[in-house]
Design a protein around this ligand. Structure first.
Ligand SMILES: NC(=O)c1ccc[n+]([C@@H]2O[C@H](COP(=O)([O-])OP(=O)(O)OC[C@H]3O[C@@H](n4cnc5c(N)ncnc54)[C@H](OP(=O)(O)O)[C@@H]3O)[C@@H](O)[C@H]2O)c1
Length: 282
């Protein structure tokens, strides 16, 4: 495993993805530009956006303003579920690149699957972005295990990553095992369960024992896991710094046992267009 100044780097499938990134939803406009610039100045080198967040232009502005060279920053974006026909996907990709003021993204995800998508054509179009160099890597988000299996094994799509909700209150062992077997990254979104982790007595207890914050315990639990990246969204400098500080926290077996015993079925993100989720697993 390589390291940058602030974060270990994931290298699955030739990726160069810092394990700790910055989520940008639901920040917009200047507020988003400021938060991303600030994060880059603090040492973040992994930014997560999506066309549906309506903030790619703001992220692009930060990429343009910063002194950090583009090639040192991992940028992920995503295509929304109503744009999965080949032409619509290509337009979405063009709009994303223009808004982000870049010739390529490091990782391009299908944001959500839909029941009526033509999986083969969608994934062929996704793969074409990689072949054309518009996306260095491709991935999917919110795919249940059976659909991910079809994408990888039946259709042979060279996926480097899957992005799903994952935190101390939601198990993802099925997808994580699969990601590890296929040398893929699993990016944990909503990794703080929208800061609900701070209210969990067991997390508070572990945090007090180490003299750190509950959010840092929750993040480090994710970041300690092989193949896992996490993209907490934080606006203020204090929270961005605190989340970077999670990298220094040392959890022990007793801490991990306490976390393993927490409920693992507390999903925070399940819009009405979500797929049928896998039966909850630890
Ligand atoms: N692929 C998908 O379908 C999908 C779905 C959801 C999210 N995502 C991505 O994942 C990112 C993160 O997920 P999320 O925003 O849902 O949830 P999250 O990262 O679990 O929680 C964000 C909330 O936690 C607060 N926070 C951050 N650091 C903190 C700290 N150190 N102490 C206390 N509070 C802290 C933030 O407040 P402040 O901002 O005020 O600091 C914000 O209110 C999104 O921004 C997005 O990029 C992807």
């Amino acid at each position: 495993m390589q390291h940058s100044a602030n974060s270990p780097i994931l290298t699955q499938h030739g990726l160069h993805m810092p394990k700790l990134g910055l989520g940008t939803w639901p920040m917009l406009g200047e507020e988003c530009t400021r938060a991303v610039e600030q994060a880059l100045s603090l040492g973040y080198r992994h930014i997560d956006t999506a066309q549906a967040y309506n903030n790619e232009e703001a992220v692009g502005q930060a990429l343009s303003n910063t002194d950090v060279p583009r090639e040192q920053i991992h940028v992920t974006t995503k295509v929304w579920w109503d744009q999965l026909q080949p032409d619509a996907m290509r337009h979405s990709m063009e709009r994303s690149l223009k808004a982000l003021q870049t010739d390529y993204v490091d990782l391009f995800h299908i944001h959500w699957p839909t029941p009526d998508m033509d999986l083969q054509r969608t994934l062929e179009t996704l793969a074409s972005f990689k072949e054309q160099g518009l996306a260095r890597h491709i991935g999917v988000a919110n795919f249940p295990l059976a659909l991910l299996r079809r994408a990888v094994e039946e259709l042979g799509t060279p996926l480097s990553a899957i992005q799903v909700e994952y935190h101390v209150l939601l198990g993802q062992s099925g997808l994580l095992d699969y990601a590890r077997q296929h040398d893929m990254v699993l990016t944990a979104y909503t990794p703080l369960a929208r800061n609900k982790v701070s209210q969990i007595p067991q997390i508070q207890q572990i945090a007090a024992k180490h003299g750190v914050l509950p959010t840092q315990v929750a993040l480090k639990w994710l970041l300690d896991q092989d193949n896992v990246a996490a993209i907490p969204k934080a606006r203020s400098q204090a929270n961005q710094l605190a989340n970077l500080g999670a990298l220094q926290v040392q959890l022990d077996d007793e801490d991990r046992a306490l976390i393993a015993d927490l409920p693992k079925d507390q999903r925070q993100v399940s819009p009405d267009f979500a797929p049928q989720w896998d039966v909850f697993d630890r």
